[in-house]
Design a protein around this ligand. Structure first.
Ligand code: ATP
Ligand code: MG
Length: 154
């Protein structure tokens, strides 16, 4: 069964350019519940850990530099089939290939400076949500931790 949660990041270029509030509004208007959110700046170690799957790729160092270059927003999004739904609204990684109306089409500057992040599977969504938020923060924001873990409460 597809999960109902995903992790969104608003990347440093979009925050610097003043697009964060517009992006949150579009996410809300598309039917996502913004379960928890925070503004933070990644350290080099944190960015490397978050993007470890890309370690060794030619763009890795530059990606880490970009992701640590300023504040970002992290948010837990809730909607049925959240991973796929958020990736659809986000658009393709390369904004030149992103469909009209998608967030990346509107707010991305390039393949690297592409405005937003979204998890790519339910398993990664879970790991990524708990990279940025503690269970305590999610519960205190009114989130159902059982649902995030896809566990049916007895
Ligand atoms: P994200 O994981 O950030 O949501 P994505 O899943 O669409 O994006 P990935 O393949 O996971 O794309 O790449 C992670 C990020 O690395 C991209 O969002 C982009 O910022 C950067 N990136 C990926 N490929 C390239 C590339 N060829 N050149 C420059 N940057 C790249
Ligand atoms: Mg990805």
């Amino acid at each position: 069964m597809a999960g109902n949660h995903t992790l969104m990041l608003i990347k440093p270029n979009a925050v610097k350019n003043g697009f964060a509030q517009n992006i949150f509004l579009e996410v809300h208007d598309a039917g996502f519940k913004i379960l928890a959110q925070k503004k933070l700046q990644l350290s080099k170690n944190e960015a490397e850990a978050f993007y470890y799957v890309h370690e060794g790729k030619p763009f890795f160092n530059s990606l880490v530099e970009f992701m640590t270059s300023g504040p970002i927003y992290a948010a837990v999004l809730e909607k049925e089939n959240a991973v796929a739904e958020w990736r659809k609204l986000m658009g393709a990684t390369d904004p030149a290939k992103a469909e009209e109306g998608t967030i990346r089409k509107k707010y991305a500057e390039s393949m690297e400076h592409n405005a937003v992040h979204g998890s790519d599977s339910d398993e990664n969504a879970l790991n990524e949500i708990f990279f940025y938020f503690s269970a305590r923060e999610i519960v205190n924001a009114g989130g159902d931790i059982y649902q995030i873990h896809n566990i049916v409460k007895k």
